[in-house]
Design a protein around this ligand. Sequence first.
Ligand code: UDX
Length: 472
Amino acid sequence: NTESLNVAVVGTGYVGLGTAVMLAYLGHHVTGIDIDERKIEMLRRGELPIYEPGLADLLHASESRLTWTSDYAAAIPEADVIIVCVGTPPLPNGHPNLRYIAEAARSVAQNLNGKFQVIVNKSTVPVGTGDWVTRILEDNAPDYHANRYAVVSNPEFLREGTALHDSLYPDRIVLGSASQEGIERLRQLYRRLLEQDFTPPEGVPRPAGLARPQFVTTSLNSAEMIKYAANAFLALKISFANEIAGLCERVDADIEEVVHGIGHDQRIGHRFLVAGAGWGGSCFAKDTAALISTGAEYDYDMPILQAAVDVNRHQRQLVVSKLQRHLHRLQGKRVAVLGLAFKPNTDDLRDAPAHDCITRLMELGAQVVVHDPVAMEQARREWSHLSYQEASSAYDAVRGADAVILMTEWQEYHDLDWEQAVASMRRRLVIDTRNVLRQLPSDTVLEQIGRRRVQETHALPMLPVGASSVHV
Ligand code: UDX
């Protein structure tokens, strides 16, 4: 296969793993590099260090073109394209920590082969980082000649939980670089994606009527800004829906009906207007904070973004105030929390609303029992400071509780026999922070976000799992 390239992917987190497996599936030869040897050992055994639906199958289908290593020297010299996907976790001031980027860039530089290689940055980094990486390469590459490599920014827009779908059927591929040659090589890398010239893997079907992805080329700085601006806008949309939901509750309107009505305006659209517990996950909080902090460096306020962040913080407190409205003092009350992950189909706990909710409930003296279909083990490691009780099933969590909080809209919770579940509760109070529950026994108090009491509204269709992918 003459068009197949040798690719090195640096960093095997959610983005790096998805990218590596997807490119191998498209026919490229891919080496995944990670300094975490435990992860590399797992991957060599064919195991995944994270949970992402469908990824294990695709990994096995593409195994013959995938190699895993901790040794840059074993992968970089061979690579036509080097894709950096290391983490950029936030520092206390909101600015992303670029340490891993710098370390990766130095290690890459020391192993460049002197032929033309393209260094792609997929990590989310502040505007100007691509130029900074270019300088690190200049300073650390042996026998530097400017035309030996190109730096390209290629931001990633995939969502956890639907990462494979998002990487195989993207709306657009954004490439920012001053190097035409670099862009051309990436056009070759992504040719099959751009022309949708591949057999969809089992379980990740091509959506009907899919348009080919847009190929967007920009300057390095613009591509870096596109990533932040896109995430900030999505976060803003959700906060807007949450703000309107709060007003709906006060005026006895229903947020579901309202977003249904406004979303049909093509200029607005339905997606990312689902009110709920507020946004979480690895990107939105980090990227909004980073953009605000970049603004601050230039003495430039970003009041709209700041408001979106404030609304989100307030949204997380709402659950507890709804509980207090019915239970008053929470001291000694037994509260079941269903769902720990920040959204369904992932075990990712980063910035999960459940964390803040559980913390607050404990401060108020409640006894908290939790359940999550996949994230319990992760939580045992990462949330060891929270002393909640674990339940082995949702039914066990709910039994004897004074209230249930549905935090993550897993299909499993949707499919519960709610009649049976509420019958085993001490008090029949359900706080559904994701607005997914429909028919509950009539003696149950159901609190949702921005909705009129369900019994009073007209019957709405059942919602599919994953509020973020709902097309009303
Ligand atoms: C996000 C972006 O979607 C993706 O493009 C970017 O590259 C990384 O960040 P992700 O964090 O995986 O992806 O999750 P996403 O599905 O976007 O959801 C983010 C949060 O918003 C979740 O907590 C989700 O529950 C919440 N959400 C989403 C809502 O509350 N309402 C919505 O309508 C959509």
